[in-house]
Design a protein around this ligand. Structure first.
Ligand SMILES: Cc1cc2nc3c(=O)[nH]c(=O)nc-3n(C[C@H](O)[C@H](O)[C@H](O)COP(=O)(O)O)c2cc1C
Length: 380
């Protein structure tokens, strides 16, 4: 299979790193790029935060010096802010791709009609997409959207969202095969991805439950998707991007990289080092802590060592702790194909603004959409 075309942007392999709040910062994107090829999307940032020059938002908009293709996910519920933010990204940050988040299931977000709740309001969705596409057009920057199947099984939105995206000039739509109510529980529905492929003419990117490169190839074969978006599968496994690139280049399931603990240890060190380069040593080490469990999943490393790594506060301390790990320990085969990262339970009820389901318009009398928060850092 060849690469992925998003408008004028050519991605050498049809693989996208899923935007993950708190994870896909400049350091992590660089680490993944050192292993493979693909499009590496920045953590979600809020449109209003960017437009108003919010400091937290600006701190998140950092790129690595080797990051030639800058890709950013925007969150927004107000067409005007989303349009302005898109323009700022293109003009001031030189981004080559803007993705819009319409999939976040976090109650704090859906309560305000954002993320995964928004596609219910078809007209508002269309307006937001049109504003973003119009703002990006002078820069030849493709806009994509990422969404879920719908609010719950009784309120599906993805087929309408696909049609609206296509009509609005969106370059591709990524579908996570779960509803908002499912959050991360159960299994992603790849049949829905196939349905969307059949429903629209723009490229569809399939997302959900790709744990190994072979899963990605299978998803594309089963659904006809133009590419895949990979999230939790690469947590603590940046080398997955190597396997993905190889599998798509060969057209087969490809080889599975099985790094021993010595090699994993080197990747942990590299990850921490990159975080420290970008954020300073103290914050970088703090950020690194959350990755320790993912890197060591299935390895024998004892509880005491894991606890100490989870409290690491300098690169020197990290080196001392990593030195204790047995470099020859083989990769734990039990981890292959196994889910990792968030899973959780389904929600009984999706939290929505009052009366949200009463109509599917969303623009209101002033045609302006919803008031938007400045900073929203919980993606999903
Ligand atoms: C920690 C974490 C943070 C996430 N943050 C975002 C986000 O900011 N924007 C978004 O569109 N999706 C976000 N997601 C969802 C992923 O992009 C992806 O759609 C989801 O994890 C399903 O793909 P997977 O099965 O490959 O993990 C997040 C997921 C996780 C686990």
């Amino acid at each position: 299979m060849t690469g992925l075309r998003l408008g004028t942007l050519e991605v050498p392999t049809p693989v996208v790193l899923a935007p993950m709040a708190g994870i896909t910062n400049a350091a992590y994107r660089r680490l993944c790029a050192e292993h493979g090829a693909g499009l590496y999307v920045c953590e979600m940032i809020t449109s209003r935060g960017l437009v108003e020059g919010d400091e937290t938002t600006k701190r998140m908009l950092v790129f690595d010096e080797l990051e030639t293709v800058r890709s950013v996910q925007l969150y927004g519920t107000d067409p005007t802010y989303v349009g302005q933010a898109t323009k700022i990204l293109c003009e001031e940050y030189g981004v080559a791709h803007v993705d819009l988040n319409f999939g976040c299931p976090v109650p704090k977000v859906t309560r305000k009609g954002g993320g995964g709740a928004l596609p219910w309001k078809r007209n508002l969705l269309g307006r937001i997409l049109e504003e973003a596409v119009a703002a990006a057009a002078p820069y030849d920057v493709p806009v994509t959207m990422k969404t879920r199947k719908g609010l719950d099984d009784d309120h599906l939105t993805y087929l309408d969202a696909g049609r609206i995206a296509q009509e609005s000039g969106v370059a591709a739509i990524a579908l996570h095969g779960r509803t908002v109510a499912q959050a991360y529980s159960g299994q992603a529905d790849w049949d829905a991805i196939a349905d969307l492929v059949a429903h629209v003419d723009i490229p569809v990117l399939g997302n959900g439950d790709i744990w190994e490169a072979a899963d990605a190839v299978r998803m594309v074969e089963q659904t006809g998707a133009a590419g895949v978006v990979v999230g939790r599968g690469c947590l603590g496994r940046p080398w997955l991007f190597r396997d993905l690139a190889a599998a798509f280049a060969d057209g087969g399931p490809g080889e599975t990289t099985l790094p021993n603990l010595g090699e994993v240890r080197a990747m942990m060190r590299r990850h921490a080092e990159l975080l420290c380069e970008h954020m300073g040593e103290e914050r970088g080490c703090k950020e690194f802590r959350k990755h320790v469990t993912w890197y060591l999943k299935g390895f024998r490393a004892g509880g005491e060592l894991r606890r100490s790594l989870g409290l690491v506060d300098s690169l020197a301390a990290l080196d001392d702790l990593l030195a204790v790990l047995d470099p020859d320990e083989p990769f734990p085969a039990s981890e292959l194909g196994a889910p990792r990262g968030r899973q959780g339970a389904p929600r009984h009820k999706v939290v929505l603004p009052e009366g949200w389901l009463d109509d599917t318009d969303g623009l209101g009398e002033d045609g302006c959409g919803l008031l938007e928060d400045v900073s929203e850092t919980t993606g999903g």
